[in-house]
Structures are given as structure tokens and as C-alpha cells.
Write a protein that binds this ligand. Structure first.
Ligand code: 5AD
Ligand code: SF4
Length: 438
């Protein structure tokens, strides 16, 4: 008999990566082994994202490609994640060959739903409005031997007018500190030395818990777990980022000098229409505060170009803020209309060619800044954690990450993933550094 096997593909953010590790863990406990292609699998699981529209087209295109495989091999297809939450019954309406549709709050049900569909032979669509079991308490198959995602909070209570996340991931729920620390201790026992704390809005962590723990206390508590070498977190919301978090970053040895600080726009009027609850000035003040408190801080950001009604002078404010802050790098997005969000019904949606032209200007500006930022490090000695070793032009090359979240390529030196190495930076591009072992 064929071994029971599954194929799993993940789209979207780190929260989805984290959820996928749980899906993989659950499937393994249920007796399945993971394979690299849907052709060889009994079950294909797609963990989807809904943040921008192209994800929609991609999912249904992808499902279209799985259909002939299913006809040939009897493959079962399960669709989970944010787009499943968004489309719900619509997934099987558009792609009736899909077998299981499940949500972000009932990942634990996946093996049961697959078992059910095998008996019932009709598609099963099942969602939960609240968690019965938190994904973090499910078995995991981790992607990395030394790094782990740790969810500290699910959902989001903000109301950014462009964003679909609150409607697909629900209200904010914080995990109790004791549970998080217990997980971190178990991870360290399993050999993990680096953790990334995940939440949609980490600085509002604990508001729904008794005793109202705050995020900076959590950072300090994770820092106190023996064996944790590096701590990262994502994402804070600028409106909720305060001095106590910057102080915890500066005072905790393991907390990395990197702040992902999504600005979205440099224009006060656009920020108001986005309901971001901060201004250009207050954003800049927080950047200055963080830089002053945390020496060597690297800053990255998210920016949306072409929000409804964005005028040329408003876009110019975004460009000038980017020039003023000089981010180490930025994720830049063209605004994408998401059904059900307030921005989707705003007037004056910006024409695609205008958005594209602005986006290109922003990309060129930020790429130059990233290059200059990285070039400042040439000659410096940095500590990296080795992530992988691969062959490039017949030579073995290792790639590591600095505490400031920059990738560094180095000639291989017998390192394994998770090793710490000291390297001297020899060259820089906008996207990575090159170095030599010291
Ligand atoms: N269109 C474009 N970008 C978006 N983001 C969120 N919603 C949208 C949208 N509708 C971006 C934001 C967010 C990042 C994760 O994705 O910049 O910070
Ligand atoms: Fe992550 Fe948001 Fe995409 Fe969901 S919609 S996977 S929360 S980025």
C-alpha cells in the first residue's frame, strides 16, 4: 500500500508559516509523510493569504492546475488560511473539486476533516469563530533546527481601512505569558536558540489578559529564559510603540537591534484615511526615540502606494519620509482593493499606471538607500547566525543573518545551521552583504 503522504504549500506572512508548521506536525502525527510535489501526494494542503488581490487569482489558478492531478491520482485537496476564511463556501463554488476548506481558528481539525471527506465523498467546509485549541499547542514540524516562530497573539483589533486581516483572523486574543514562556523553554530544550514572537499588533499584547501583562515585560521574560540567544518580534503598530519597548530592546541582551515599523504612508491626510492613528510627526518622533535608546538599530518598514485618493503631493510626502528616515529596507506594495474593507468603497481609486509610476520611483529611492545603508557596514565585523550552506559557481557558500536582520554570504567554513560566526563585511548590495570569516 502507498504510504500516506501530504504536500503542503504556504503563502503569506510568518503567521501562516507558523500555522503551516502545525499543519505539518498534525499530519505527521496522523501518519502522513511530507512530499515535495502534489503529484506524489494523497493530500495537498494550501495555506493561503488574502492580503492582496493577486493572491486570489493565484489560488484559483493553482487549484486549476491541481484538478487534472486529482483526476489522475485521486488527490484530496484542502484549502486553509486567510483566503479560505475570506471566501468560505465560495472556494468550493469556484473550484468544486476541492475537498476540504478550513479556517485559521480550526487548524486542529485538519486530519479529522480529511478523514471525514474520505468517508463522505462530498466537500466539507468548516470554520470556527473562536479557537478551541490554539495552534501553538498543536504538534509542530519545524522548518528550522535553530529558529522558531512563537505566536503571542492572534487576530487584530485595529481598523486600518485597507486591511482584510481583522475580518479574516478575528478579534485579538493574547496567549498567557506563562504559556508562551513554557513553549520557549521547551523549544530551548529541543535545541532552538532563536525565537521570533508573532502577532498582528504585538504592542497591544496582554490587554485582554488578567493582570494585563505588557509586551515589554514579555520581552524581558523571554530574554530571561536560559539558552535563548536571539529574540525578534513582528509587528508593532507605530501608534502603540512606546519607550518601554525600546528600553527592553536596549537592555535585553538577546533582543535583536531590529525594528520593523510599518509606516504605510508619509502623508498625514492619507494616514487619516487609512485610520492609522499616528501622524508623520509622531512617527518620526518614535523613530528618533527608538534610535536614541537602541544603539545600532536597524529599521525596516511597510509602505502602500496608491491608497484611494492619493494625490501626487501626498505621495511626495511618502517619498520624503523614506528619505528622511533612511530605512535599512522596506516592503513596498501597490494598494490592492480588498472586499469588505472601508477603503474598497472609497472614491478616487488611483489608476494603475499612476500607481505603477509612483511605485517605481519609490522602489528606486529605497533601493539606493538600502544600498547606502548596507555599504556603511563594509569593513565592520558582524556576528551572524548561519542559516544554510549551498553551492554557488562550484564553491560552497554559507548564508547567515546579522542581529539587524541582514543576510550575509560567506565562503563556507564547515558551519552548520544555527552556528554563530564572526565575519568581516567585504561588500554590499541593496539586498545583502558579503563577508569573510574573521
Ligand atoms: N493593499 C496593499 N498592501 C496591503 N497591505 C495590507 N493590506 C494591503 C492592501 N489592501 C500591506 C501593509 C501591511 C503589509 C503586511 O501588507 O503594508 O503592513
Ligand atoms: Fe498573513 Fe495577513 Fe496574509 Fe493572513 S492575510 S496570511 S494574516 S499576511
Amino acid at each position: 500500500m502507498k504510504t500516506r503522504s501530504f504536500y503542503l504549500e504556504t503563502h503569506g506572512c510568518q503567521m501562516n508559516e507558523h500555522d503551516s508548521e502545525r499543519m505539518a506536525g498534525l499530519m505527521e502525527v496522523a501518519g502522513y509523510v511530507r512530499v515535495d510535489s502534489a503529484e506524489d501526494a494523497e493530500v495537498a494542503i494550501l495555506n493561503t493569504c488574502a492580503i492582496r488581490e493577486n493572491a486570489d487569482n493565484k489560488l484559483y489558478g493553482h487549484l486549476g492546475r491541481l484538478k487534472p492531478i486529482k483526476q489522475r491520482t485521486g488527490l484530496k485537496i484542502a484549502v486553509g488560511g486567510c483566503q479560505a476564511e475570506k471566501d468560505r463556501d465560495g472556494v468550493v463554488e469556484r473550484a468544486p473539486w476541492v475537498d476540504v476548506v478550513f479556517g485559521t481558528r480550526n487548524i486542529d481539525a485538519l486530519p479529522r476533516l480529511i478523514g471525514l471527506v474520505e468517508q463522505a465523498g462530498v466537500p466539507i467546509v468548516e470554520f470556527a469563530e473562536q479557537f478551541e485549541v490554539y495552534p501553538s499547542s498543536l504538534p509542530a514540524r519545524r522548518e528550522s533546527p535553530f529558529h522558531a516562530w512563537v505566536a503571542i497573539q492572534y487576530g487584530c483589533n485595529n481598523a486600518c481601512t485597507f486591511c482584510i486581516v481583522p475580518s479574516v483572523r478575528g478579534r485579538e486574543v493574547s496567549r498567557p505569558t506563562g504559556e508562551i514562556l513554557g513553549e520557549v523553554r521547551r523549544l530551548v530544550d529541543d535545541g532552538i536558540t532563536e525565537v521570533s514572537l508573532l502577532g498582528q499588533n504585538v504592542n497591544s499584547y496582554g490587554r485582554d489578559l488578567t493582570g494585563r501583562p505588557i509586551f515589554s515585560e514579555l520581552l524581558r521574560a523571554v530574554n530571561d529564559v536560559p539558552g535563548v540567544r536571539r529574540i525578534r518580534y513582528t509587528s508593532p503598530h507605530p501608534k502603540d510603540f512606546k519607550e518601554d519597548t525600546a528600553l527592553a530592546m536596549a537592555e535585553c541582551d538577546a533582543v535583536c537591534e531590529h525594528l520593523h515599523f510599518p509606516m504605510q504612508s508619509g502623508s498625514d491626510s492619507v494616514l487619516r484615511r487609512m485610520k492609522r492613528a499616528y501622524s508623520r510627526t509622531s512617527y518620526l518622533e518614535k523613530v528618533a526615540m527608538a534610535r536614541e535608546i537602541v544603539p545600532g538599530l536597524a529599521l525596516t518598514t511597510d509602505i502602500i502606494v496608491g491608497f484611494p485618493g492619493e494625490m501626487e503631493d501626498e505621495f511626495a510626502d511618502t517619498l520624503s519620509l523614506v528619505e528622511e528616515v533612511r530605512f535599512d529596507s522596506a516592503y513596498m506594495f501597490q494598494y490592492s482593493k480588498r472586499p469588505g474593507t472601508d477603503a474598497a468603497t472609497m472614491e478616487d481609486q488611483v489608476a494603475k499606471p499612476v500607481v505603477q509610476e509612483r511605485f517605481d520611483r519609490l522602489l528606486a529611492t529605497q533601493t539606493q538607500i538600502s544600498l547606502e545603508r548596507n555599504a556603511e557596514l563594509v569593513g565592520a565585523e558582524v556576528e551572524i547566525t548561519i542559516e544554510r550552506t549551498s553551492s554557488k559557481n562550484d564553491a560552497e557558500r554559507s548564508t547567515g543573518r546579522t542581529r539587524t536582520n541582514k543576510l550575509v554570504h560567506v565562503p563556507a567554513n564547515g558551519w552548520s545551521p544555527g552556528d554563530s560566526a564572526s565575519v568581516r563585511v567585504s561588500a554590499a548590495s541593496a539586498h545583502h552583504l558579503s563577508g569573510q570569516p574573521t
